[in-house]
Design a protein around this ligand. Sequence first.
Ligand code: NI
Length: 201
Amino acid sequence: MSRLCDPTTLQIVQYPHPTLRHKSKPVRRVDSHLRDTVRRMFELMYEAQGVGLAANQVDLPLRLFVVNTTGDPDEGIEQVFINPVMSRPKGLEEAEEGCLSIPDVRGPVTRPKRVRVQAFGLDGKVIETELEGLTARIVQHEIDHLDGVLFTDRLSTTSRLAVAEALDEFKREFASRRQLGEILSDAEITQRLSDLERRYC
Ligand code: NI
């Protein structure tokens, strides 16, 4: 398979990696390579002790994410949402969020309490579900990722101030890793994402 996205080399990218700002296009084709990629996304999510992971967090421009609300590979239900569409938001609720791409940064985010989500599973079957509580929050957080939105964008001005210094530290770390040649240039990242989109989107 192409070196473009060998599942064994996938890694979670951290803020402010440009792919986290990429608005993903719908997936048009599911093949065994994509299934392996999804499997690896679950593994990376569990290793990082997360409950959800979007494809652009592993540097892929695909409109899909994985969820297990327990964060435990031996418990809960593993769900894959491909090309999710959200509707009928109801109520509002504030809760603290974090993100595997911004480790150790947390803050309160207000989101609809209940939402309806339509998506496809890996088997191509339609998923249509009313969500509430933690699942509703995770799914909304992950759909945001697919649109290039991070939870820190949704913080109040005050809460954003509280995390500003930590985010600056991530920016410095990113700049120095890029200087060391560990991270591709913006142009190379854009090229890579569009090559992948030609294949799957
Ligand atoms: Ni996240």
